[in-house]
Design a binder for this molecule. Structure first.
Ligand code: F6P
Length: 533
């Protein structure tokens, strides 16, 4: 399979993407799901290449693996767990069984408890020591932070609840700056941690409890917990009525659809939160039923595989022309890189192709004035994934939104078409250069073009659409991981650093010597200690 794709790539890689266009290409190399349009026509994929990519799906048994995931089989085999975040958004769906038990009644019961709690906080029925809650501080990291933080920003036009803040970093600067702006008597602290052992989160949670305890008699009453570890939340003193549990078949980076989304629900209300779930559910239905060539997550994944594993482009830029998606690249970094940054296949063998790519990005148009220079004229090719809405939420500033859209479309056009030496010579001539200097100047103004990009377009960034988009990317990760034959649902690669940090803490605090550490680490400890550590 890979050989056939590489051979095809070798045969076509020199051709111009812009020359592939006829009057059907834009339609035929697009996928639709509801109101979403995914256009991948500005890539070097043609019908033959797409057929070969689709063959990968059959070869990797992606349909069978997808069905195994949705039906609760323990596909996370290194942890012996099912992967069922999809059950959290299956709100109007059928039963979902894990080891013979339907998990949906418990999922729906937790959702109603969240709803009641969120509405009480929003209405003022739930009171802090100083009355109605004005601020919510979500303390969590990784999947217990990035999803809700991204979504609260993305859906700010729907935000009519208390102010939401997010604290993730163990760097005291993070929590200090957030708490400085909050009144302990009217703040609700949500401790979001699947395991309730993560050192950053538990350290920040204790700091927040001490802060609140200075002026509130019973601070635990103004705490809520989102976790799979009910014993640990009680040991922390959080009342059971404020604890929202979930099961270990919800991976951290896939968890914003359930209790980890509580801050989002408090911000936008239960109805809007359920619209978000329904968007995710709609994408699930599409992923399970659409033919591969019309299947948006599958095609998004295959374009990714084409660029990364076949063409050898090692990064991809996510470029939302939607400022409220500013945290999406960070969210996708965890989703994609923690899931598919694996070097061995499920059976423990070294991968024979590259693992998932480096994912990065910034909203447009900001990125245009920062790193697009390299994307247009650098020596490396970076596939770009543009995202854009037809409408913003600022109706009175629609003309400004149109300028945003023009920029987005212009970038993908510029990447594809480029500017030839001939055109650049014309420009340098008009600038008054002549002779050898005219060509020298022109060469700096050449854009090689032929650089691939995709565009995801949608009517407006509302809760339903955001749900569709997040579920789309989750399934993309699934398909890419299935093709690579890896386990996308564990994250052993984060463990070693955590263990070494724990071992280094007494050294850093000066309670143990740095003997036995490598010279670099010991030297850095000495330098920092001499400078006030
Ligand atoms: O360290 C990685 C990780 O385990 C992520 O996968 C997870 O999202 C994050 O830490 C936070 O974990 P928890 O929700 O258990 O605090």
């Amino acid at each position: 399979m890979w050989e056939a794709l590489k051979t095809h790539y070798a045969a076509v890689h020199g051709r111009e993407i812009k020359n592939l266009f006829d009057d059907r290409r834009a339609t035929e190399f697009s996928a639709r799901c509801g109101d979403l349009l995914f256009d991948y026509s500005k890539t070097n994929i043609d019908s033959a290449g797409r057929d070969l990519l689709i063959d990968l799906l059959a070869n990797a048994k992606v349909a069978e693996k997808r069905d195994a995931m949705f039906s609760g089989e323990p596909i996370n085999m290194t942890e012996g767990r099912a992967v069922l975040h999809t059950a959290l958004r299956n709100i109007d769906g059928e039963g979902v069984y894990v080891e013979g038990t339907d998990v949906m009644p418990a999922v729906l019961e937790t959702l109603s408890r969240m709803e009641r709690f969120a509405e009480d906080v929003r209405s003022g029925a739930f009171q802090g020591a100083g009355g109605k809650i004005t601020d919510v501080v979500n303390i969590g990291i990784g999947g217990s932070d990035l999803g809700p933080a991204m979504a609260v920003k993305a859906l700010s036009p729907y935000h009519d609840g208390p102010k939401c803040h997010f604290v993730s970093n163990v760097d005291p600067a993070d929590i200090a700056e957030v708490l400085r702006g909050c009144d302990p008597a009217t703040t609700l602290v949500i401790v979001a941690s699947k395991t309730f052992t993560t050192i950053e989160t538990m350290t920040n949670a204790r700091t927040a409890k001490a802060w609140m305890g200075q002026s509130v008699d019973d601070p635990a009453q103004q705490f809520a917990a989102l976790s799979t570890a009910g014993d640990k939340t009680s040991a922390f003193g959080i009342p059971d009525a404020h604890v929202f549990g979930f099961e270990d078949w919800v991976g951290g980076r896939y968890s914003m659809w359930g209790p980890i989304g509580l801050s989002l629900m408090i911000a936008i209300g239960a109805d809007a939160f359920k619209a978000f779930l329904r968007g995710g559910q709609a994408m699930d239905l599409h992923f399970r039923s659409a033919k591969w060539e019309e299947n948006m997550p599958a095609m998004l994944a295959l374009v990714g595989v084409w660029h990364n594993q076949v063409c050898g482009y090692t990064t991809r830029a996510v470029l939302p022309y939607d400022n409220r998606l500013a945290r999406l690249p960070a969210y996708l970094q965890q989703l994609e890189m923690e899931s598919n940054g694996k070097r061995v296949s499920i059976d423990g063998q070294d991968l024979t192709v590259d693992s998932g790519p480096v994912v990065w990005g910034e909203p447009g148009t900001n990125g245009q004035h920062a790193f697009y220079q390299l994307i247009h004229q650098g020596t490396r090719i970076i596939p770009c994934e543009f995202m854009v809405a037809a409408r913003g939420h600022e109706e009175d500033l629609h003309h400004q939104h149109q300028l945003l859209v023009a920029n987005c479309l212009a970038q993908s056009e510029a990447l594809m078409k480029g500017r030839s030496l001939e055109e650049a010579m014309d420009i340098s001539g008009k600038l008054g250069f002549d002779g050898a200097e005219r060509e020298r100047q022109a060469r700096h103004r050449v854009f090689p073009g032929n650089r691939p990009s995709t565009t995801l377009a949608y009517p407006q960034l509302d809760p339903f659409t955001l749900g569709q988009i997040i579920a789309l990317y989750e399934h993309r990760v699934f398909v890419e991981g299935a093709i690579l034959g890896i386990n996308s649902y564990d994250q052993w690669g984060v463990e070693l650093g955590k263990e070494l940090a724990t071992a280094l803490q007494p050294v850093v605090e000066g309670r143990e010597s740095a003997d036995g550490k490598d010279d670099s680490t010991a030297g850095l400890v000495t330098f920092l200690q001499k400078n006030g550590l």
